[in-house]
Ligand binder design. Structure first.
Ligand code: NDP
Ligand code: GDR
Length: 331
């Protein structure tokens, strides 16, 4: 019998890569999507369109804001594995609209966990935690024992989700198999344009094609641990194949500044960053910054036998090349 997996957030970067991985592993893959009044639905579903058209992924209408709608989807599918990835995932937006971020991100986890407890108690559940939970990190590098000190409404919402996941794992009527992945930043050619890496690679591609001359960015000094998204969705799957639920940091263990990322990307595009980048653009600065994130993935290495296949330079080159072709095709 094929295993059934339900992915919330299947239209996003991670959801699309995870769907591909699970299809390749012969899962029956289901995704929950919300209705949006977009003019072009193909564009919105573009990351998964081929799989939906080819019949290897089935979509179900559901809203993270509605407990009954999540219950209905879980009841209809009765999944063996649930990957709860859907969230308001852009940290900067969480400062502008704290209340929606909290609502979607905290209630969303709560509803998914409770729906699973009631209608699919045997299901194994993955919750997408984040390195943003460490925030103003008290230790470097950060691991599963590092105290949490979130610095944004987004980070706070993920801490709440993390505690909810642990609570559902530990309560006894019945206990749920739920694991939290504390994933550090992971990027790809499918990353949303508003995140700094994609903004940089797409900006560099536009400049290389003569369609722009400058790129405005915010803080150049923030340090992040950047990995490649297809590597990271493999870690999600591995977490649900273990005997027991647990929490895992997934990271590369390397840290670089935003400036270093930009220099690598511009170099890869054959450009001089000093000529084109304007730093500290007020609109791109945050009211509270997370200065240094770098993860210690030792537990994921040891228990999951997980290793990233792609290095930093390789990832930057893939993203720049992909955006170069994308811009070349733009009218
Ligand atoms: P994306 O922003 O690419 O995708 C987010 C997904 O959530 C989309 O499918 C989106 O659907 C869905 N979503 C957002 N709001 C709602 C809502 N109100 N109701 C239903 N669905 C909603 O994120 P990623 O793929 O990068 O990240 C996946 C998860 O992992 C997120 O929870 C994120 O917070 C977390 N994470 C990501 C990291 C990263 O570096 N990428 C690192 C650590 C954690 P729609 O298409 O309808 O907008
Ligand atoms: P982050 O990612 O907040 O780490 O959250 P983002 O790429 O938005 O920012 C990374 C760092 O770059 C600095 N920065 C800029 N950021 C953006 N977006 N735009 C700019 O112009 C810019 N200039 C500098 C930011 O200040 C920040 O320090 C991501 C998301 O995927 C979360 O969902 C996830 O949980 C965390 O990674 C781990």
């Amino acid at each position: 019998m094929r295993k059934k997996a339900l992915i919330t957030g299947i239209t996003g970067q991670d959801g699309s890569y995870l769907a591909e991985l699970l299809v390749s592993l012969q899962y029956d893959v289901h995704g929950m999507v919300r209705r949006v009044a977009a003019e072009d639905q193909r564009q919105r579903l573009s990351r998964i369109a081929d799989h939906v058209q080819g019949g290897s992924v089935t979509l179900h209408q559901g809203s993270l804001e509605s407990y009954p709608s999540i219950c209905r989807v879980v009841q209809d599918i009765r999944p063996d594995e649930v990957y709860h990835l859907a969230a308001q995932s852009f940290v900067a937006a969480s400062f502008e609209d704290e209340f929606s971020t909290m609502n979607t991100n905290i209630n969303g986890v709560h509803f998914v966990l409770d729906a699973c407890r009631r209608y699919a108690p045997e299901a194994r559940v993955y919750f997408a935690g984040s390195s943003e939970m460490f925030g103003k990190a008290e230790r470097v590098p950060q691991d599963e024992e590092t105290p949490l000190h979130p610095r944004s409404p987004y980070g706070i919402s993920k801490v709440a989700g993390f505690h909810l996941a642990r609570y559902y794992r530990e309560r006894n009527d019945p206990p749920l198999f739920v694991s939290t992945g504390i994933l550090f930043n992971h990027e790809s050619q499918r990353r949303g344009m508003e995140f700094v890496t994609r903004k940089i690679t797409h900006g560099a591609a536009r400049i290389a094609h003569g369609k722009a001359d400058r790129l405005e960015l915010g803080n150049p000094d923030a340090r992040r641990d950047w990995g490649y998204a297809p590597d990271y969705v493999r870690a999600m799957w591995l977490m649900l194949q273990q005997e027991r639920p647990d929490d895992f940091v997934v990271a590369t263990g390397e840290t670089r500044t935003v400036r270093e990322f930009a220099e690598a990307a511009f170099e890869s595009a054959g450009l001089n960053p000093g000529k084109h980048i304007v730093w500290n653009n007020p609109a791109d600065l945050r009211p509270a910054e997370v200065d240094l994130l770098v993860g210690n993935p030792a537990k994921a290495y040891r228990v999951l036998d997980w290793r990233p296949a792609y290095g930093f330079r390789q990832m930057v080159n893939i993203m720049v090349r992909s955006d170069w072709y994308l811009v070349a095709k733009e009218k």
